[in-house]
Design a protein. Structure first.
Length: 255
């Protein structure tokens, strides 16, 4: 009798260790992905900064050329009154060159403005990645896992969580994996490339979208893809563990 109990206990312990190993592997992959995204963002930020500096220098040169053209225009008008004639070739050429320089300068200013905005976005994204990397992994609360998941069984089904917050995502991933499911995530178009939504939806069995933390374009794209592929999509009013689990139950018919 004791040998049977010992064997059963050993099987349970092995099951728990196997589940913990899967969660550790998942967190390790997530950290590696964050590091790669951080490196890519750092490289893009350096390149964008370099391009912006080049555009600024180009704009300064254009501005200097425009000022020189204006000075020559004034000098020509002062020294040669006949240059005022509308049909004077020198005046026409000078005005044409001045107009070209003004247009080029305006275009360069707009380019610098757009690149500066891009740099700001990249810097903000970089800070987000730094925060995610430095934050310690949040363990799945045992009470929340036991009480909320209950007897939910995913049987290898894939759940795509589209949007939401990074800290909550880890809890949702742990819950899905503890119920024998596979978890995918896309941030809803805020940072991750939007075109990946199509790729992830094609892999998912069900798509979950917290409407309070997702871009409108990402939500519409997911809705269209799910309708086309005849896949269930759930729009959650709140991004919480209870709402996530309840929505899964209702969608999978396990309520």
């Amino acid at each position: 009798m004791m040998s049977h109990l010992s064997g059963a206990s050993t099987c349970v312990d092995r099951g728990r260790l196997s589940k913990q190993d899967r969660q550790i592997d998942s967190l390790t992959r997530e950290v590696q992905t964050l590091r790669q995204r951080y490196q890519s963002t750092s490289d893009a930020l350096r390149e964008q900064t370099r391009l912006t500096e080049q555009e600024k220098l180009k704009g300064q040169r254009l501005q200097a050329q425009m000022l020189e053209a204006q000075r020559l225009e004034q000098k020509t008008i002062t020294n040669d009154s006949s240059a005022r004639a509308a049909n004077d070739p020198r005046m026409e050429q000078l005005l044409h060159r001045l107009s070209e320089l003004q247009n080029s300068l305006s275009a360069e200013k707009e380019t610098v403005k757009q690149q500066t905005q891009t740099i700001s976005h990249l810097e903000a994204f970089q800070q987000t990645l730094v925060a995610e990397q430095s934050a310690p992994p949040l363990p799945m609360p045992k009470t929340a896992s036991a009480n909320t998941a209950g007897d939910l069984k995913l049987c290898g089904q894939c759940v795509l969580y589209l949007g939401g917050k990074a800290q909550q995502r880890r809890h949702f991933q742990a819950l899905v994996e503890s119920c024998d499911g596979r978890f995918l995530h896309h941030d809803g178009g805020r940072e991750t490339c939007p075109h990946r939504i199509s790729e992830l939806v094609s892999q998912a069995d069900v798509v979950m979208c917290p409407t309070n933390c997702i871009s409108h374009s990402a939500m519409q794209k997911a809705r269209t893809l799910c309708a086309r592929q005849d896949k269930p999509i759930v729009f959650m009013q709140r991004s919480s563990m209870s709402a996530f689990t309840r929505s899964l139950r209702e969608t999978l018919g396990q309520d």
